[in-house]
Design a protein around this ligand. Sequence first.
Ligand code: C2E
Ligand code: CA
Ligand code: CA
Length: 708
Amino acid sequence: MVLVFHDVTLSYDIQQTAKEQSTMLNHIIEASMDAIIAADENSTIMEWNAQAEKIFGWSRDEILGCYLHETIIPLQYREQHLNGIAHLSETGQGEMLNHRVEISALHKNGKEFPVELTISQLEVKNGSFYSAFVRDLTEIKQTEQELKLAAITFYSHSGIVITDAKKRILRVNPAIESMSGYCAEELLGKYPSILKSGRQDSAFYKKMWQQINETDSWQGELWNKRKDGSLYAEFLTITAVRDYSGTITNYVGTSYDITERKFAEDKIEQLAYRDELTNLANRRLLLDRLNHEINVAARHKVYGAVLYLDLDRFKNLNDALGHPIGDELLRQVARRLIQLVRAEDTVSRLGGDEFVIMLPATNKNLKKAGVEAGSVADKIKEHLAEAFDLHGYQYFLNTSIGIVIFPEAEEGADDVLKHADSALYRAKEEGRNTSRFYKPAMQQDADARLQMEKDIRHALHNDELSLHYQPQVDINGHVTGAEALLRWQHPQRGMVPPDEFIPLAEDTGLILDIGRWVLKQASLQLAEWHNMGACPNSRSLAINVSPRQFHQAGFVEEIIDMISAAGISASCIELEITEGLLMDRLGDVVDKLTQLREYGVRIAIDDFGTGYSSLSYLKTLPLDKLKIDQSFVRDITTDSNDAAIVDTIIAMSKHMDLNVIAEGVETQEQLDFLHSKGCEVFQGYYFSKPVVAEQMLNILKNDVISKK
Ligand code: C2E
Ligand code: CA
Ligand code: CA
């Protein structure tokens, strides 16, 4: 095919045409995308085109005249080649002739590579010629191999999800179908979120996608939900696929099921960290968490608590009714404890009837931490004192509790537990159903609170409470009203200031009785002054209302009853509530305030500026007055911040059409400043301290208070 022999006797024309044909042929050979090689019957290479140079690495000059089997035929095929050629020349038959075969060829650099080969034979005068067309298959074979691999991978045990750039599912493999319980048709076109279990929060997914956006990939464990609603855990790798321009075209998620491993891990955790009987934390987990919490506490200067519980006479029950019943009681105790405490508290069982509760370190104030731990202990005792039903048998239980506040000094979890245990020992010594603090000072505080609680109960019934009154005046000293302030004359301790007993009364709920008493006393007093002509309806009496009192059901009715029983005008009563009260159950608060105002009662916000009221919602509340907190008034003339705050409060109240009063006014300078900013009503020692009712009556009668 390649070599064409010309007869030199041909005429010029014919010569000319032959020349042109030869040029054309040469061009075709050189331009061919396949290697074109010609060899004689001895396998001597006679023709070698440009593409042959390229795919075999030999130049034409180097290779012409060389043997095929010494250059481009791989070693292992050389013998076969020579045999084939011999056979061919003997019989004129060759199995390689005239069809395409795939074989491997040898590059000049010694590497074999796949080629497609067609050989044809051309008989010439002196024998025969062979020509070969050779196509390099390296790339095609590689792609084929990759596709084969991809197919094997796609049908592997790993789950594969392919989505488009908008995260819509394009393909899933059979492993995904068996993992998720959905068939492919149910998933195509959907988003992978169809598999969400809810076990991971939105922050988890946000972080995941953030990482994919930044690095094109993410790896991690997560829980998904099967079609039947059950959960499975998977280890997932997500990879973003980009096209040549860098634009994301697909996301590929590969995953494998790790549910069993997860369950195994849980089981191991369970064995290592849980009490088998109650499923509470065991000693090891408690110590872990406690150690951690002690470090947190020391670093942030906050306090937590450990409560060490022991069920009184548990041993007797166990002996008398048998271990199964004893175990049942322990399980029920565990359940009650879990229900009682907050999620962040740790309830553990150390063994036997010993339970330990850890309250995490969140309290900045040591005393408060003590008070809180004490009240948790009280709550526990109270709840565990309720009857247990042990297979129809009613059982009553007392609990002793030792309490430690940590950290008190440098100490580890073991020390804290030891101290709690020794406090427990003392609690048991002092009789059943008690709790004891490890630190004597803490215990004294707790005792004092307990004593105070008893004393307040007593005070109510023993006429030890009274009201004092502090006048409120305008800039000229004219009395516009008064505030009723509670006083407690303690038989031993003398006058106890309200700041000392009102918080305790709030905690214990005694404030409800006390508040009721204050309301009644104040309204009767107002009625009396009114009837004496000392208190016209233009004057008002401010009464402090505590949050618990306000939130109590029936509060509005109580106020209305009190006003009508006393026969006074509702507009003479001004209730002082604090900002803190507005933070909680706002709907209920607004309802109550609205009803009260509709009835005519006025509402003031006490200690204004110390809370976190947002202006926008203050505007929506039915209010009459803001009472600037005395802490701002105190330094108003020396502290520019305080001055600015007061200025703002006054401007704001004008803007919102509210009255404003300043309390704690002690000096002429404070008064001048407040007045210059537009405040018109004042209360403070500068005019008068809180006084008893008779003195207040005189002040009301005089109408004007002359400044000191
Ligand atoms: P509060 O409602 O802010 O009462 C104002 C407090 O400031 C009163 O203290 C009053 O005596 C004091 N005060 C008045 N003028 C001046 C002054 O010029 N300078 C200084 N430094 N202080 C002044 P008090 O009577 O000790 O009452 C303390 C807190 O106890 C009250 O603060 C109020 O929150 C609470 N409270 C008093 N009575 C009652 C009541 O009947 N019920 C409730 N729930 N709380 C009450
Ligand atoms: Ca007040
Ligand atoms: Ca106040």
